[in-house]
Design a protein around this ligand. Structure first.
Ligand code: FES
Length: 84
């Protein structure tokens, strides 16, 4: 099993999982909130259409977690992060 870093903490994933799949497998169903109403969002469509799953990956914002394969050592930051 490999690990990525999410909000400063290690998260194990199985090769072939997307970032979103790794998060859901770890029990996280939401990782950002809407600007209006601060409603929780995570995976909705799972195919790159809805943009509900946005995260920052290796410093690049606006990445769709459901489309990006998890890689060893990648750094993922969510809007729920307390690091920023
Ligand atoms: S879940 Fe819809 S774009 Fe990722």
């Amino acid at each position: 099993m490999s690990e990525l870093i999410i909000d400063g903490k290690p998260l194990a994933f199985v090769e072939g999982q997307t970032v979103a799949a790794a998060l859901v497998a770890a029990g996280r169903v939401s990782w950002r909130t809407t600007r209006l109403g601060h409603r929780p969002r995570g995976v909705f469509c799972g195919i790159g259409v809805c943009f509900d799953c946005l995260v920052t990956i290796d410093g690049v914002g606006g990445q769709r977690a459901c489309l990006v394969p998890a890689r060893e050592g990648m750094t993922v930051t969510t809007e729920e992060s307390t690091d920023e």
